[in-house]
Design a protein around this ligand. Sequence first.
Ligand SMILES: [Fe+2]
Ligand SMILES: [Fe+2]
Length: 419
Amino acid sequence: MNTTFNEPKQNTLLENPKIYRKLQINHTRNKQQDHTQLLDEAAAAFKYEDCKDVYWNPEEFSLLYGTPVWEQASQSQKVILNQLYWVAYYSQIISAEIATIFFNQTSAAGLYAQEDFRLVCDMLDLESAQERAHINAFQTVSNQVEAALFGKRIFSYTMRGPFNETMIFADTNTFKRWWKKLQLQTFGLLSSDNTFLACQYFTVRGVRTLNGKLVQHKLSNYYQKHPDQENAPIPANISYYHFMDESFHFNSSTIISHDVIECLKPPTAFEKLVANLGLRGCQKDHYHFSAAINGIFWYDPALYSAIYQVLRSPVFNMSDIEAKEMMRLSFTQESEGLHRSYQTHTEAMESYKVYLDKLNYVWQSNKQMSLMASNSIPKYLETQKKAFSSSFDESSFPGSTWECLQSGSATSIIGGRAS
Ligand SMILES: [Fe+2]
Ligand SMILES: [Fe+2]
């Protein structure tokens, strides 16, 4: 039967068999190797008690590694710092993945308006379902650990929506949070009805994933190189399974943002503007680096309260004065940890540049990552010195004794979602 109509020509993916094939291979392999079930089983089997005495990551991926806190920590405290890196790291990943699920869906809506884009949308549906399994696994572990160690949340949080500040420890305030929310909502609305912006979201997602890839590859190696894989700690398995799924997500970001985008009409001035503002937003989000956590671009002054709580907790048992002094030494002075974090920041930035290099709609300031490149160790130290003295001048953090910290929201995790 003849199904040809006399209609204006639309974009069609099938006219680009090479790109279509790339998408098909990526989607088929992801479906075949899907780690959802393994992650669900790992999360269900996780008992902190079973792996509370061992490392879960390579040693250098420990909270405050290479800082004075690390240097003076006992072996058992180092184990906890290693596990807390896992908890803190994946708490940040949860936040990013909540946003990813939403934007996968708005982008799929924008892309489904084109002929033959069903494959792209099916691929994104699978990825979103995988993200939900990832989040569940990360939350299960983090909740148990923080309930056991602190009886309250420090890095983890109750479930939240996609319009929150993605960086959980950011340089922000009420106005900035509101503005960010408005920007995210606007981008969601625009991308669900604009094919170019829907595709361009994957440029942002690709850039953001590059840094994750760098660190998560090293975290996943811990399981792969474990001498006794059968008995490796479950969080190390989770890092590995997650990395496996994410490598397909990274491929799809690349195919959509580098190849599929070429099948579309060139962007209008407005589309270019929105796309570049999105990339500039990435640079802003990844401007800082943290002495406490290598590979997550947190703003350390926003992290002081969390670190203070860790040091005052029964794990370290420091007095108020000891905790503040250890923090002063760790945050306001150069350390191996700070240099390692800066190194990761630089590596990430270089990989973003390569990723954006061939996209001709991207502004030079984004291609060169000039905002991100403008941060440095001297700037970091200057910021910390100012922030540190003003934090402590105001006689410090809300509730400066452990007893006080334990009341209030502290008990919400106990008997709640932590099992
Ligand atoms: Fe994920
Ligand atoms: Fe992902």
